[in-house]
Design a protein around this ligand. Structure first.
Ligand SMILES: C[S@@+](CC[C@H](N)C(=O)[O-])C[C@H]1O[C@@H](n2cnc3c(N)ncnc32)[C@H](O)[C@@H]1O
Length: 247
């Protein structure tokens, strides 16, 4: 089982998710648009892999799906359960402690769709995680994921000043795949680091797992994001993909 780095920052992460336009205004809506394009979610069995504090799992449940949220952070799962069980809405979500790289608690061909929002960079063995996705999907089922854009967040990349005084992101060592830590920078990666992979590695791994690529997106920043993090008007905040298991 992979170390649960997020247990150490669970409360901070829960607060972070709520205060970051890059997530609630840009990435999460873009991922959900890809999901919504698959059709009506009512009575669908969906898995939110590496669900964290459950922001996406709740959105799927609100659309009428039966949702299983899976994560290796017990503290984030506890926060997710609390949020699903409090308030006016009761969400049909089951939360499970499991490792996406094996997911032994999840049965073969048991889901119509799987989401994985901003988490594949946290998982060391991408092939194993994608084998899980392919195994737990029913034939014809879809997989929608978002990742930090590997040409924006990569070893030695940094925010730099342009000649006109604005900020932009400059590329670093794109081909240096492996674990990297940007050092003491604000945000998630400054706390837990990331497994950097090229876009080609991601897409080839999806294909190797037996999935067919269906659609991709590079969502653009909103005014709220640019106001909070100047520079995102020039670069994509994430890469989003939808794949499908053959029928
Ligand atoms: C950046 S957070 C994203 C959480 C959530 N999907 C969201 O949209 O906020 C990454 C999540 O991946 C989880 N994670 C990391 N490695 C995992 C693994 N091997 N299996 C399951 N979850 C894992 C972490 O515990 C954390 O909750």
């Amino acid at each position: 089982m992979t170390t649960a780095h997020y247990d150490a920052i669970a409360e901070w992460y829960d607060e972070f998710v709520r205060t970051q336009p890059i997530l609630y205004d840009v990435i999460n809506p873009a991922l959900l648009r890809m999901v919504d394009e698959t059709g009506d979610l009512r009575d669908r069995d969906l898995c939110d892999l590496a669900c964290g504090q459950g922001a996406i799992a709740r959105q799927l449940a609100q659309r009428g799906a039966r949702v299983v949220g899976v994560d290796i952070s017990e503290r984030l799962l506890a926060i997710a359960k609390l949020q699903a069980d409090s308030g006016d809405v009761l969400y049909p979500i089951t939360y499970r402690y499991d490792d996406a790289q094996a997911a032994t608690t999840l049965g073969d061909a048991s889901f119509d769709g799987v989401t994985c929002n901003m988490a594949l960079m946290d998982i060391p063995d991408l092939d194993a995680a994608m084998r899980t996705v392919a195994r737990i999907l029913r034939p014809g089922g879809w997989f929608v994921c978002s990742i930090t854009h590997p040409y924006v967040q990569m070893p030695a990349s940094q925010w730099t000043a342009r000649a006109d005084g604005s900020t932009t992101r400059t590329a670093g060592d794109y081909f240096a795949e492996g674990f990297w830590h940007p050092g003491k920078t604000p945000g998630v990666r400054g706390r837990v680091g990331a497994h950097h992979r090229t876009l080609a590695t991601y897409l080839n791994t999806f294909v190797r797992a037996g999935l067919v690529l269906e659609a991709v997106a590079e969502p653009q920043a909103t005014d709220a994001l640019i106001a909070q993090l100047p520079g995102y008007q020039w670069v994509p905040g994430a890469f989003i993909a939808r794949c499908r298991k053959r029928s």
